[in-house]
Design a protein around this ligand. Structure first.
Ligand SMILES: [Zn+2]
Length: 75
């Protein structure tokens, strides 16, 4: 009698750990030489220091929302 080899023993692949994504602080700033170029939209209520997050909608419109006061601006 032939021995039955154990079935359903699928070797699981090694788990690949995703590299931790670093939060880009200079996302809104572009340093070129000695000058700093500001990228992004400023909140009209909070002032120039507060940047607004941009979200692209399906229609192609870009929605800017402020995380501080919650103002939403469509563009
Ligand atoms: Zn704001």
């Amino acid at each position: 009698m032939a021995k039955k080899k154990g079935s359903n023993t699928v070797k699981k692949g090694k788990k690949v750990h995703k590299k931790s994504v670093r939060v880009k602080i200079n996302k809104f700033y572009e340093v070129s030489g000695s000058s700093i170029k500001r990228i992004g939209k400023d909140c009209p209520k909070c002032g120039t220091a507060v940047k607004m997050g941009s979200h692209k909608s399906k229609d192609g419109q870009i929605r800017y929302s402020c995380g501080k006061c919650g103002t939403t601006v469509w563009e």
